[in-house]
Design a protein around this ligand. Structure first.
Ligand code: GDP
Ligand code: MN
Length: 338
């Protein structure tokens, strides 16, 4: 193979992309990071990485959310590394804490059972609060309400390639709803009753189910059983109008009323993914192959050599998670017909 790429290739690409940016402006979009004050150093690292690979050319804003007030120190350090506007918000208690109607005895039993089973975060209430917040509330925060699109980032994630296009405008132009980079199996012990409730919801609300949905990616027996495939939600680029719409609002309320965020340990990843699979057209789900991304312990690295070189990727394609045994990329490829 010819490994030499002429210099003009890069130069032209950069010129084209900055012209493109200048002429189009930005989407109505923001980055969003949920973090604790103790996540300061890792939050700075994540922001520097996405700034260097993308946002220094775009200046999209950041919304930082926390269940507690951010310290002055946190704000001083994080504000120093962004190229655009930054906003700090506190999550209202009613969007975060375990609701009063949850049966605490049942919740305790549920946590103890997962601890006994060595399930990660099995005994944590704050982790459950976080999962429920990310499932049902982040897009209702006053700082988020002004935006339509968001890109979720977590402390200490990596962006391994230049992102020489605007993923928000891409989503908007192509009528996409949900963008992802990594897909994998969920731990079945965290969601034993979830799929049953999903099936009940489908019977209760057939009007919400999209024609040509992506359910075929998540079940291979017409909805009988869930294959546990979901999108890893620590990376998400998505349309908040989808979460704010009637279908998802009904879905979240229904699931929340079953208490599984606390009695079990439902993650926002399967909840978001199943919703995207049910209520969106299959073409509205988008795999961002070109966005090299890492959240410990997994990395998605573009395997196409041209893409990898052109975008100056710093990751090793042969170690990409995509074709790991635990990845659901095979199911995705099969589903979309690759
Ligand atoms: P994991 O990726 O599933 O291992 O979970 P993380 O610990 O990374 O948490 C997911 C996201 O929620 C990260 O952005 C964390 O900073 C954030 N997070 C988790 N727990 C809390 C919490 O109790 N308070 C706040 N403010 N953020 C949290
Ligand atoms: Mn994380």
């Amino acid at each position: 193979p010819d490994n030499t790429v002429p210099d003009e290739y890069y130069t032209n690409h950069l010129i084209n992309s900055s012209l493109h940016i200048a002429s189009r402006g930005r989407a109505n979009a923001t980055f969003v990071i949920l973090a604790r004050n103790s996540d300061l150093e890792n939050t700075v690292r994540s922001i520097r990485r996405i700034e260097d690979r993308f946002n220094t050319r775009h200046h999209y804003p950041f919304v930082l959310l926390n269940d507690e007030p951010f310290t002055e120190e946190f704000k001083r350090r994080v504000s120093a590394v962004v190229s655009g506007q930054i906003m700090y918000g506190q999550v209202p208690r009613e969007h975060w804490e375990q609701p009063a109607w949850i049966d605490e005895d049942l919740a305790t039993k549920g946590r103890d059972a997962l601890v006994a089973d060595n399930v990660i975060y099995g005994g944590s209430v704050s982790y459950r609060n976080m999962c429920r917040f990310n499932s049902g509330f982040f897009f209702k925060h006053p700082l988020m309400e002004q935006f339509r699109w968001y890109w979720r980032i977590e402390p200490d994630v990596h962006f391994h390639c230049d992102i020489n296009f605007d993923p928000f405008l891409f989503m908007q132009d192509r009528n996409k709803v949900y963008g992802w980079t990594i897909t994998m199996y969920e731990f079945d012990k965290t969601i034993p009753s979830l799929w049953g409730h999903v099936r009940d919801f489908i019977k209760l609300h057939p009007e919400h189910i999209a024609k040509d949905n992506a359910l075929g990616f998540m079940t291979h027996d017409n909805g009988e059983r869930y294959n546990l495939c979901h999108f890893w939600s620590n990376f998400e680029i998505a349309d908040m109008n989808f979460w704010r719409g009637k279908a998802y609002q009904d879905f979240f309320e229904y699931l929340d009323s079953k208490g599984g965020f606390y009695y079990e340990r439902w993650g926002d990843a399967p909840v978001h993914s199943i919703a995207a699979g049910l209520f969106a057209h299959r073409d509205q789900l988008h795999f961002f192959e070109e966005i090299g991304y890492e959240h410990n312990p997994y990395t998605h690295c573009p395997k196409d050599p041209d893409m990898w070189r052109k975008n100056r990727c710093g990751c090793e394609p042969s170690r990409s998670f995509d074709y790991d045994g635990y990845s659901c990329m095979r199911q995705w490829d099969e589903f979309v017909g690759n």
